[in-house]
Design a protein around this ligand. Structure first.
Ligand SMILES: [Zn+2]
Length: 133
């Protein structure tokens, strides 16, 4: 690649810094540097928004129903269905075993728990969330 001398107009090899013809200083090719991007600190402008406050009276749609759990306990208590429903899976499993071992007599346990749920003696599910009416 050759440069053109700005003084005399002669073609000069790229390696010269001065024109060999007239001695004029040749313009250096501009180093091509990528434009410098302004440095942003990582995560700047990406702060997570604080969670929106739950509106007053908000009720978790995942709350378990006291009525459903209670009726499950009364009718299917021997199988621990109400405990599975509420998330007390290990207790429900034990209830099944107890019912089988006692030939069904142990299912009174689940029946009583169903009553306790309906009466409000058992108020929360396995996650400690209140049961909805
Ligand atoms: Zn020249």
């Amino acid at each position: 690649m050759a440069k053109i001398c700005g003084s005399c107009g002669s073609q000069v090899d790229d390696s010269y810094t001065n024109c060999p013809n007239c001695g004029a200083l040749l313009a250096q090719p501009q180093p091509t540097q990528p434009p410098v991007q302004p440095q942003q600190p990582a995560g700047y402008g990406q702060m997570p928004q604080p969670p929106m406050g739950q509106p007053y009276g908000y009720q978790d749609p995942n709350l378990k129903s006291k009525m459903v759990a209670g009726l499950l306990g009364i009718f299917l208590g021997g199988w621990g269905i109400h405990n599975f429903y509420l998330g007390y899976t290990s207790k429900g499993a034990i209830q099944i075993v107890v019912s089988i071992v006692t030939c069904g007599i142990g299912s009174i346990w689940g029946f009583i728990e169903g009553i306790m749920i309906l009466c409000g003696s058992i108020k929360t599910d396995a996650q400690g969330r209140p049961l909805k009416d």
